[in-house]
Ligand binder design. Sequence first.
Ligand SMILES: [Zn+2]
Length: 420
Amino acid sequence: MTSSWIVSGTQVGDLFVRDGVFVDSEPADAQRIDATGLIALPGLVDLHTHLREPGREDAETVETGSRAAALGGYTAVCAMANTDPVADTAGVVEQVWRLGKDAGLVDVQPIGAVTVGLAGERLAELGAMATSAADVRVFSDDGHCVHDPVLMRRALEYVKAFDGVIAQHAEEPRLTAGAQMNEGDTSARLGLAGWPAVAEEAIIARDVLLAGHVNSRLHICHVSTAGSVELIRWAKSKGWRVTAEVTPHHLLLTDELVGSYDPVFKVNPPLRTEADVLALREGLRDGTIDIVATDHAPHTVEDKECEWAYARPGMVGLETALSIVVEAMAGTDDIWGRVTDWMSVTPARIAGLSQQGQGLRPGAPANLTLFDPSLTWTPGPSELMSRSHNTPYAGRELSGRVVATFLRGEPTVLDGKAQK
Ligand SMILES: [Zn+2]
């Protein structure tokens, strides 16, 4: 079944949808949505989501994560490979891809592991995953760094055959052994073991050199330090094929919050300093950092609400991302055009998703998000549809909220409510 829509009163003019695509004339018998005062954006695309299925369905499933994504304005998410079993074979990536189709709320694009079992010892079946029904183009051991430089070089070379990209979790593990938070003044004051900026920067420096050497595509996950931004800026000045992402929380929150000892603020990489936050914002504004990705990391109460040292790192983020990015990047010229690039067009291009990130033009798939900048809301257990509720924004009033999302012309969210 297909339906036709007229979305009137948007800042880009009226939008017309028929048979799943935007068209340039008003379809007959269409349903009308008055979007006056709303921001119309192409459906958002998240390059870095943890959906936890298979293996940890108590924290999230493909379906619950898809629903959270749709409520956050997303029409596609890339599902990280650190599931149980790990998504390191054609069988597992196809399983995740099919679960996404069954849920039908967003396009779920599996990411394949770089190494078998994320163990960093031998390459996974990259080619088999690329030629599977899931059509994998992004490979990552996220949660772990691909530490062996020879394996990293071979992975970069291997994926060139099908225009794939290696997404690196940049963390020199020996420099972060036992780390509990960012290494700096706050860790010294709190007496917690530090995760130094150089552990991220050393791997980024090595990997941009490798990517340049073999002329292959490297993507840096969740960049968190000012020094990393400088290194990526340098790599891009060389013309190397390097892209990078920043999370909403690294654009807004600092390591001083760890002083509360509330494990909701425990993430990997850790929250950094105010100077890092400002450098990340500047890097995003000047194009050094290409995209915003959520690193949506749901955890159960048992895994998260415990003593700081034992809590799992990560926070949920799909439903709050757009509000947080708009808050963090306030004052940016043409903010909605930039958000379109950061959160839809460019992540779709990096991930090779041809049905996503195509904008709001006639002929493009009708993936659409309507955001009401005048609404305020407070995320909490009753508001969030993710199965886990480890959000740092509970009790904090956020500005602006997604009120409708369309996936190829079909509403997945209307009036702020998920349609499935
Ligand atoms: Zn990571």
